[in-house]
Design a protein around this ligand. Structure first.
Ligand code: MTE
Length: 319
């Protein structure tokens, strides 16, 4: 059975961001497991969870935080993306490379219990239960733009807390220069991780200065409710001045270290995905221009802004 996919007019080829050799070997692998055929059937028969199922009751803790008060310091220059569109066009390579199928496969991820270890060069290393973070962190809503390296973009309301609020709890020592974040490793739940030639688990990194910048945000929700699994439940990073691959999903570990960490995309293809990955319309990707972006859903083409429009907040970090 082959995978039939009807592209929407705003869509960008799903394999753009993947090194060709890696992409081809992954396709063979996926064909072998017939995963994509199953996913297509599920989509056609409607066997998918909607972005937020009102039948799924919020926990007592969640009831207290949603909807969170919006922090008005973060404004958009464009309409908010449709929730349905944002929730059904995802990158989550742990599950599949087919953006429209992530919503199906990611449902296998258990959201609780979930802990986040914050350790390394810190005075008070600790394993946080995600529900304790919901209770204790300064939860707020922020409207952020998101620019994928593949030249598509969206604008969404995240609910979450500044990363610096969490880091302050553990007190990084003066030796810490970088922050490394790691996604779960569950190859029998997330079959993309069976690809032994890729550097799983997914890791990303920031400098400590970037992580302490107010814009670096840990999202636990989107559109006024907890994160659906395909967006990286139960918590993911949102660093809107960087290309989307830096915004790592479903984080289980945050380490303070004194060297620049190896990261998933930079290890796979360092010439195409640099560590810093700040949005820059003037530096083309080796295989396409970064001057413009396409809003998912509407197909509107907009000029890409330096630092994705967040230069006022972050340009000083790179002066
Ligand atoms: N995090 C993990 N663990 N795995 C991934 O494949 N994809 C990244 C980023 N975080 C990815 C990830 C990329 S390329 C993008 S553009 C965003 O997640 C997409 O986020 P969204 O699906 O919520 O829009």
């Amino acid at each position: 059975m082959s995978h039939i996919k009807i592209s929407k007019d705003w869509e960008i080829s799903g394999n753009l961001a993947t090194p060709e050799s890696v992409f081809m070997s992954r396709r063979k692998f996926l064909q072998g497991t017939a995963l994509t055929a199953v996913a297509t059937t599920a989509l056609l028969t409607g066997c998918t969870s909607p972005p937020h199922d009102p039948e799924v009751a919020l926990s007592e803790t969640e009831k207290k935080i949603y909807p969170a008060k919006r922090n008005e310091n973060f404004q958009l220059d464009r309409p908010v993306t449709s929730e349905q569109i944002a929730a059904s066009y995802n990158n989550f390579y742990e599950f599949t490379q087919v953006k429209e199928d992530v919503i199906v496969h990611a449902q296998a991820l258990p959201k609780r219990p979930w802990t986040v270890e914050v350790s390394g060069l810190v005075r008070h290393p600790k394993i946080f239960d995600v529900d304790d973070l919901l209770r204790t962190m300064p939860i707020q809503e922020r409207l952020y733009r998101h620019r994928c390296v593949e030249a598509w973009a969206m604008a969404v309301p995240w609910t979450g807390f500044p990363l610096k609020a969490l880091l302050k709890q553990v007190e990084p020592t003066y030796k810490a220069t970088y922050v490394r974040m790691t996604t779960f490793y569950k190859p029998f739940t997330a079959q993309g991780q069976l690809a032994f030639w890729e550097p799983w688990p997914y890791m990303e990194g920031l400098t400590v200065q970037e992580a302490m910048n107010d814009l670096a945000f840990m999202a636990v929700g989107i559109y006024g409710h907890p994160l659906p699994k395909q967006h990286g439940a139960p918590l993911r990073l949102a660093v809107p001045w960087k290309y989307g691959f830096k915004s790592i999903k479903s984080v289980v570990k945050i380490e303070l270290i004194d060297y620049r960490p190896a990261t998933f995309w930079n290890t796979l293809q360092g010439l195409e995905y640099d560590f810093t990955a700040n949005v820059n319309p003037k530096i083309p990707h080796p295989r396409w221009s970064q001057a413009k972006e396409k809003m998912i859903g509407t197909g509107e083409i907009r000029p890409t802004l330096p630092f994705n429009g967040y230069g006022k907040q972050v340009a000083k970090l790179y002066a």
